[in-house]
Design a protein. Sequence first.
Length: 96
Amino acid sequence: QYRHPHLALAAFELWIANSCFPTDCPSEWLDSPNGVDYGTSTLKSTSITWAEMDDNTSPVAQPKVPYEFPNSGTGNFPGLELYEGNFIKPAPGLYV
């Protein structure tokens, strides 16, 4: 079962930063610069698309530098308005 070790690493890094610089680095992620406005709207995306790679056909490709955000304008990015202002995705069709 996958345990999401990257979340533990992020929490550990935040704890170290707060321990070393308590006035500059908050103790909670939502209070950090990365957490500003995160999840404040149910209509906006909080996910990001994977970085554009230098060679999208290679399994060992590296992210393009500087980072292109989002992927050429075709992916999700924080603040993207979802579902045309609705809480659910529109599903057009004939319903009986």
